[in-house]
Design a protein around this ligand. Sequence first.
Ligand code: THU
Length: 160
Amino acid sequence: MKKDIQIGYEYFKNSSELNDIEKKLFETAKQARENAYAPYSQFFVGCAVLLENGEIFSGNNQENAAFPSGLCAERTALFWIGANFPTVKIKKIFVVGGPKEFHEKNPPIPPCGACRQSLMEYETKQNENIDLYFSSMNEEVVKVHSIKDLLPFYFDATFL
Ligand code: THU
């Protein structure tokens, strides 16, 4: 028996189509990207996270000479928020990434698999969806309404 999974997403041709809070998150993520520590990959990623109390925090990728010891922008931000605001819900996360020398054709950069799994953990923990946006610097933006949409057949604590 063949079955299909369908996911829905929103596509913004230009960031001017975003609403005010989304624009602010985009700008914050771009700023955070400037401080990424990515001397090995030269691939710079920033993200901005909106909490339910209206506060916005950011993160960026932090690399290491021993490559696996580094961390993506999303998890840098998520783990810091988890450590400092364990009971405050996450509403939105906006990710902006691309090579240092940015080209117009660079596509929106989606979170890696490990970050999707970590994002799922927080969505499950707070029992409420997280809107996730991703973009390159070229202003095209993709939005999914839930981390589940990025991670079909996700593994979570219900299997343990
Ligand atoms: N990177 C992120 O920060 N987020 C992602 O979801 C994709 C990859 C970082 C990790 C590494 O520092 C660089 O981009 C190249 O993979």
